[in-house]
Design a protein around this ligand. Structure first.
Ligand SMILES: Nc1nc2c(ncn2[C@@H]2O[C@H](COP(=O)(O)OP(=O)(O)OP(=O)(O)O)[C@@H](O)[C@H]2O)c(=O)[nH]1
Length: 365
């Protein structure tokens, strides 16, 4: 059942068919009155009334079923819209070009054709309307009686009111849906698929913004680069699926242990990156120390003996930094020092003026 649903939703144009159903069903339901209002009182054969009723009330359901079951729903819907043009032409000639219903039907058909296939479809639709008119002339002969009476006007009112409302509703729903898709796409383009943190590209944009902000507002911020220690060995000993699970869990812990304003991303591979606005290196160290401790306590059901540790380099913002890349480089140097000094520790980048490397108090011996 689920498989059938997912196969169906992969068919091109299915949502277009669903969207087209309501305007066609409601448009034809009220369009019936516009044509019937002119035919009423004429000695028309019974089969013509039957055809009108079938077309207006049964055809929309049949068209929907056919399109939805088709292997190519969009192409099927295009054929149905063209058939609507043919039938529209037929009814226009049959009501002998009565002005108001004729203009109304032509404009509604032009709107449907434009929405379905652009200008090319308007031209094609127009040709089929001519064919439909020809069919009517063949059956009933040519008649031209353009006068619109009060009765004809009343018969057109339902379509004039209801059809634009339906189209408006469909467009409104479409706009809401587009807005949601746009938001989802924006999220997707910013997010690392494994850890759900920011991806490298978006995080670097955030870093640049924070750097500019610190410079202009003379504010403090810290930047941290985090690397999972000996991660290659984790992959080699426990496999890449466990390796992925480690990265995902570290990502979760990063999210949980940071403040709401902190901006965390996956820099690539087993490296993570964090901007901590308004945090001097001492505060950043405190926050990251908590994270380091939590990660050290992680246990994995699939690899009970596995222990994970983090090396972390932290650089505070310094107005003398040339650009955001220099800031990143300072944090990277501190991370390198953390690795060199034995891993599983936090190292603060030297302040620009003293050139010393300061180590976390809690670095293991
Ligand atoms: N499972 C998994 N592994 C990855 C992913 N991206 C990168 N890696 C692996 O992560 C490992 C990173 O190893 P290295 O950069 O050599 O560093 P390390 O083994 O952590 O050693 P140190 O950083 O010196 O502690 C490489 O073997 C990559 O193949 C990923 O998305 N999933």
């Amino acid at each position: 059942m689920n498989e059938r649903r997912s196969r169906n939703s992969a068919k091109p144009g299915l949502s277009f068919v669903r969207r087209a159903f309501l305007p066609r069903a409601i448009g034809l339901a009220v369009g019936f009155f516009a044509v019937a209002g002119v035919l009423w009182g004429r000695a028309e054969p019974l089969w013509l009334w039957g055809l009108l009723a079938l077309y207006c009330y049964v055809w929309p359901l049949v068209a929907y079923r056919i399109a939805i079951r088709s292997a190519a729903p969009y192409a099927a819907e295009q054929r149905h819209v063209l058939l609507d043009s043919l039938m529209g032409g037929f009814w226009i000639a049959t009501i002998q070009f009565n002005v108001l219903p004729t203009v109304m039907l032509l404009s509604m058909l032009a709107m449907n054709n434009t929405a379905t296939g652009g200008a090319r479809f308007v031209g094609l639709g127009f040709l089929l309307q001519l064919v439909g008119m020809g069919l009517s002339v063949l059956l009933f002969g040519f008649g031209f009686s353009p006068q619109t009476t009060q009765q004809h006007v009343y018969a057109c009112i339902p379509m004039l009111v209801v059809h634009p409302l339906t189209i408006g509703l469909v467009l409104y729903r479409l706009a809401i849906q587009l807005g949601k898709h746009k938001k989802a796409l924006r999220e997707l383009s910013r997010t690392d698929s494994l850890t759900r943190l920011f991806n490298r590209g978006y995080w670097k944009d955030c870093l640049q913004i924070e750097f500019d902000h610190c410079r202009q507002a003379r504010q403090m911020a810290s930047l941290a680069l985090i690397d999972v220690d000996n991660f290659k060995a984790t992959n080699d000993q426990h496999g890449h699926v466990t390796g992925d699970s480690v990265l995902r869990t570290v990502g979760e812990r990063i999210r949980q242990s940071l403040r709401s304003e902190d901006l965390a991303g996956r820099y690539g591979g087993d490296e993570f990156c964090i901007v901590l606005p308004h945090a001097d290196p001492a505060l950043a160290q405190e926050i990251l120390e908590r994270l380091r401790g939590e990660v050290a306590g992680l246990r994995f059901a699939e690899a009970p003996d596995l222990r994970v540790s983090l090396s972390i380099g932290v650089a505070g913002f310094d107005p003398r930094l040339a650009d955001a890349t220099a800031w990143l480089r300072a944090a990277d140097h501190a991370l390198y020092e953390a690795k060199r000094l034995g891993r599983n520790r936090i190292v603060l980048a030297p302040a620009e003026d003293d050139g010393t490397v300061r180590m976390s108090d809690s670095a293991p011996a």
